[in-house]
Design a protein around this ligand. Structure first.
Ligand code: CP
Length: 305
């Protein structure tokens, strides 16, 4: 069974192949017909982009979607994630797309399920489908990420997007820095720190992160205007970016905080292109999960069972 739970389990060959497939789907390559497959999307945390773009990808692959809403399910009676997923497998689901607040929720499921688990975000852990669409967007712009300077700026400590991206970008040969409030900088991520004013002058790719108020304990006072002036992408900083540089943000965006309102749709912002790319990246992920073709290189942990 092929699970898509993080990118560290995949070889660089597999990741490059997924990026290529995502770009091919965007160019109009015909999608495989998975009309015999039934998918369930289980979102225990809120989502707009990830859920909708997985649904769109599933439609484009002709998959059948079994509706599932946590709010009206027996999760509300205390049924565990494990039993919920076992139930859906017994009913006939061929794969589960899951977003859940528990970091690493998939470890136990991988031992008990014989259908692919696709991680749509686990707590403060990983968001591998977001990383894939981010990589796709960078490769679409530059042809490669090798040698490119990427600055990941913002709420590094709470961000599953940052964690997924820092690891994979380093493996693919990018030069990665962290920026944003020093108290949210996490040295364990293994990326050096750059203040925002230096970062904007050096980067080829500026990846802004959302301030995740829902993951903060509320003990530190947060001033959006101060954050914007100190760490945000202001008009003045935008003018100091390299002319070739691009701006990414996984969204939802706190307009006027991480980025000035008027810059969200700036020509060098790829924010809405990332959302468009998310559909193609998720088509490639679903195709990979159901493929029997081996494209594995030799630099990945094995997450199959
Ligand atoms: N980027 C992202 O994961 O957005 P959603 O939370 O809306 O899915």
């Amino acid at each position: 069974t092929r699970h898509f739970v993080n990118l560290e389990s995949l070889s660089t060959t597999e990741i490059n192949s997924l990026i290529e497939r995502s770009l091919a789907f965007k160019r109009g390559e015909p999608a495989p017909d998975f009309s015999g497959k039934t998918l369930v999307n289980l979102f225990f945390e809120n989502s707009t982009r990830t859920r909708s773009s997985f649904e769109m990808a599933e439609h484009r692959l002709n998959m059948h979607l079994l509706p599932f809403e946590t709010a009206t399910s027996s999760v509300q009676k205390g049924e565990t994630l494990r039993d919920t997923c076992k139930t859906l497998e017994a009913i006939g689901a061929d794969a589960l797309v899951i977003r859940h607040g528990a970091t690493g929720y998939y470890e136990e499921l991988m031992q008990t399920l014989n259908i692919p688990i696709i991680n749509a975000g686990d707590g403060s852990g990983q968001h591998p489908s977001q990383s894939l669409l981010d990589l796709m967007t960078m490769v679409e712009t530059y042809g490669t990420v090798e040698g490119k300077v990427v600055v990941i700026c913002g709420d590094l400590q709470h961000s599953r997007v940052a964690r997924s991206n820092a690891d994979i970008l380093k493996r693919l040969g990018a030069i990665v820095y962290g920026s944003g409030p020093i108290e949210w900088y996490d040295p364990a991520m293994g990326i050096p720190y750059l203040p925002m004013d230096e970062a904007v002058e050096q980067c080829d790719i500026l990846m802004l992160l959302r301030v995740q108020h829902e993951r903060h304990d509320g003990t530190t006072r947060f001033d959006p205007a101060v954050y914007h002036t100190t760490h945000g992408l202001t008009d003045e900083r935008m003018n100091r970016l390299k002319h070739s540089a691009i701006v990414l943000h996984p969204a939802p965006v706190n307009r006027g905080v991480e980025i000035a309102d008027e810059l969200v749709e700036h020509p060098r912002s790829r924010i809405f292109e990332q959302m468009k790319n998310g559909v193609f990246a998720r088509m490639a992920i679903l195709e990979w999960c159901f493929s029997t073709k081996s494209i594995k290189g030799d630099d990945a942990d094995d997450n199959t069972n």
